[in-house]
Design a protein around this ligand. Sequence first.
Ligand SMILES: Cc1cc2nc3c(=O)[nH]c(=O)nc-3n(C[C@H](O)[C@H](O)[C@H](O)COP(=O)(O)O)c2cc1C
Length: 403
Amino acid sequence: MKLNNKNIILGVSGSIAAYKAPDIVHRLQDLGAKVRVILTQSGAKFITELSLQVASKNKVWHNLWDKEAELCMGHIELAKWADAILIAPASANTIADIALGKAHDLLNSVILASDCPILIAPAMNQLMYASDSVQTNLQTLSRRQIIIIAPKHGKQACGDVGKGRLAEPVSIAQKVGDIFQNTNLGGKKVLITLGATIEAIDPVRYLSNHSSGKMGSAIADACIEAGAQVTLVHSNITVELNQKAVAISAISAEKMYTAVMDNITQQDIFIACAAVSDYYIKNIAKNKIKKSAKPLTLELTPTKDILQAVCQLPQKPLCIGFAAETQNLLENARNKLKNKSCDAIILNDISKPNSGFKSDENTLIFLTPTNHIKIAKNSKQKLGRKIVEILSKNFYNIYKKPC
Ligand SMILES: Cc1cc2nc3c(=O)[nH]c(=O)nc-3n(C[C@H](O)[C@H](O)[C@H](O)COP(=O)(O)O)c2cc1C
C-alpha cells in the first residue's frame, strides 16, 4: 500500500467541509497510513474532537500550549513525527496564515517546524476561492513546493455553484500516496554497504569500530519503500535487515571489496555506508597471542578503498559516500568528495552526543560538488527517507510536483 509505514498529520481548519475530515482519515488509513489530527479552533466549530479521535484512533492535537506534550515542545515532536502534512479542508484563513509564515497556533507552528512534504486541499465559497488574495496566497504556497489539491466545481453549502468544493476524500488520500511513489527510484538497483568491518589480529581478537549498520539499514528501507531493488553488503551489524533486500555478508574490508566488485555491474546507485577499516593486520597470528610484559607491535597495511574503486569504474553507478567526521567537518567531507570523485558525500558529525554511531538518531549534511543540504537531527528512519528524497530530487530530477 502506498502509505504503509507513513505518518501523516491531517490539519483540519474552519471550513464547512470539515465534517468530511473523518472520511479523509479513513481513506488515508486505507492506504496504510498512521494519522494524527490537528484541529484548529475554528475547525472545532464544524467537527467534534471526538469524531476525529475515533476515526484516527488517536488523541486529537489542538493546543500549542499543551503542558503534557513532551517538555512543552509537542509541536516540534509532531513535526518530526510526520512524513507528510495534509491540510484538508484548508480554509482561506489558514492558507493566508501559511503564506505569511505565521505560528500563532499548533497547526501553523507544526507546518513551520517541519521539513516534510505539505499538501493543502482548499474548500470555500467559490467567490472566496476566486479572490485575488486566495489565488495569490496559493501561488505563493505552490512556489514553496506545497502541493495544492484543487477544489471541485459544483453546488456549494451556501447554495452557490462554482469552484470551491473540497476534492473527494479518496482522491485527496491518493495525492498524499503519490508523493511517496514519485521518488523515481522505482525499479532502480541500489547497492548499499553497511556495518563495521572486522580485521582479525589473531583467532580471538580484532580491530573494528562502533558502526551498528542502523543508518545503512534505514536507507535500505527507504529505497525499498521507494520501489528500488536493494542489495546489502554488510559486515558486523546490530540491526535486522529488510527481508526484501538481497543480503551478502562480508566481514573484513577485503571481503567487502570483493563482494562489492562482484555485484556492482548493473547497479544504478552505490551507497557506501559501511565503516570500513582503513588498515588490516598484515600478519594475522595463527594462534592466540599470549600476554607478555613486552610491548606488542602490529603492522597495519592500508585496505583497498571501495568507494574510490567503484567511482573509477568505466561505467560507474551514481556513487554516494559517507564521511564520519569529528573535526573540520565540511573541509574533510569536501576533500573526500573531490579526491574520490564521487557524486555526493553524506557528512555524519559523530562528535555530537546521541548522534551518529550506535545511536538511533543522526544529523547529516548532504554534499554535492555544487550544493550542500543540511538534514536536521531526526531518527535514522526519517533520515533514510530524506536521503532518498534528496537523491530523487537532485539526481533523478523528480519529486514534489504540484498537482
Ligand atoms: C458557517 C461558516 C462556514 C464557513 N465555511 C468556510 C469555508 O468553507 N471555507 C473557509 O475558508 N472559511 C469558512 N468560514 C470562515 C472560517 O471559519 C474563518 O475564516 C476562521 O477564522 C478560519 O479559521 P482557521 O483557518 O484557523 O481554521 C466559515 C465560517 C462560518 C461561520
